[in-house]
Design a protein around this ligand. Sequence first.
Ligand code: BF8
Length: 636
Amino acid sequence: TEKGKISCDECVNELMPVARKVGFDTAWDRYEAQLPQCGFGLLGVCCKLCWKGPCRVNPLGDGPDRGVCGADVHTIVARNLIRGIAAGAAAHSDHGRHIAKTLLEISEGHAPDYTIKDENKLYKAAEKVNVSVQGKSVNQIAKEVAKATLEDFSRQDEGIPCVWLDKTVPASRMEKLSRAGVAPHNIDAVVADIMARTHVGTDADPVNLLLAGLKAALADYTGMYLATELSDALFGTPQPVVTAANLGVIKENAVNIAVNGHNPLLSEFICDVALELKDEAVKAGATEGINIIGVCCTGNEVLMRRGIPTATNYLSQELPMLTGAVDAMVVDVQCIMPSLGKLQECFHTELITTMNSCKIPGAKHIEFHAATAAESARKIVRMGIEAYKRRDPGKVNIPQRSSTVAGGFSAEAIITALEGLDAQDPLKPLVDNIVNGNIQGVTLFAGCNTTKVTQDMAYITIAKELAKKNVLLLATGCGAGAFAKAGLMTMEATESFAGESLKAVLTAIGKAAGLSGPLPLVLHMGSCVDNTRAVSLATALANKIGVDLDKLPVVASAPECMSEKAVAIGTWAVTLGFPTHLGVVPQVLGSSVVTDVLTNKLKDITGGYFIVETDPTAAAAKLYNAIKQRRQELGI
Ligand code: BF8
């Protein structure tokens, strides 16, 4: 980390003494305790797929060059990597399946609390999955869309690609993917295939293994895409909202309920019920009622759709409880630190798990079912109100720090803003400004936080460097959280950090859209699962220009990639043709073959490639070079 600095977020430094006082080790302390981390693991050369192992191959030729079964370093690294991709795909697509099944339940009348808030988005989904809407009721369309979507989890014909992939990338890309044999026909089957082929004594060819990994990564993309689109149909497509980020959003005089995790199925109801039960909170003494705050990607979901303030991103998710003023934290799935179960013992906070697949020792479990969504939400919010009564004012430490955030930039919201400049052809002003160089290119920041670097620092550094060079910036997930906390999702940030021509374009769009100034420096596109929003914009641009995705001056950056979901996203970004930066060294360097395929050879197949660079300034330069190269190839 930068001179031992653990985070750019001052709230972290402010609350560390509180952690010490209550005797709690934070993620940063636990990281220190792990050092030095295992060199074999870091290189990806430790194999523990069977109980003859663990086998550790020394890639420097000093020691055994094979595992007990005879697997060499390339086989071992490739198998480890693609198992990670499969896990990422399983996580994202399980989220998507949950949404699709809920849509089906709603259409069949089994989830009476839900409504379909955005019928237009449902119609758009219907078009994608080849469901005709003519003369059908909304419920009937919902049922057919849900069933067609669920076929992406069950189709047995390997010759038919997943519809949510087929219909969402340019036709030329789809042809390329099919030719390479990496277009998935069935998300679950592809994940299972990876588990099967990496079983002891099966696939040993690193390239064949990696191709299966690309397919699983596209299965991840498919699951994410359908999750986002159907969530929009259910809960509304995000439109610009103004809210705030960082721990200052916690209110001393309110019942504070944090929503943490990923899936909007429950958190949406928590927000509704918070309004409904306000009087009960006031009666308990919380003069400001109930304050919902977001953490991680659930935070992004409710920020995008409802303007709910965000408390923090992944790595600092222990901090809200350390303020002593969070009365309940309700979690669903993914990226929830098990340490929260221990931490809640130090405070009055109720930690509540809601999904059968995610229970945490120390938490109370209230199982969520779509059929009784509002009832579960009420129970949870009331637990928060009861806990508030037990809050110890002597333990309350809320850092008074927060930044304004203008979020809600779905692809649709960006197009709507562009309509202010050209109502008939909204993409034209964007294309024109890319062609004339006012906008040099686009960078999507995605991914997590990790203790291996100074939290949020690389995001901020790279973004400022690229903005200066007139690159349009998009962000999702915990990257969006970093920018939100740092105040870079504001018009003021555009004024301060954008290059002149980028500033002029963002100002013209902002003014035409009726804002008082430019669009924010970094556009918040949503949670991790919403990375596909950026692809939908890129695909629209590619189709408009008449080129494939790998020709666009569009790059991706994951400065703090950490989770298996991030591994899957990075891999599909490269498979779709984007140069993709990783700011943390991936655990593959033990194999020269795997490293060469990922950073070099893949270019010949997909047009995309990984750029590994841990220095943020150098990373910004490499991303900019990749953009410049694409511009040159396009002749612009
Ligand atoms: O899904 S960005 S740390 S919270 S994995 Fe997790 Fe990474 Fe955050 Fe969201 Ni995505």
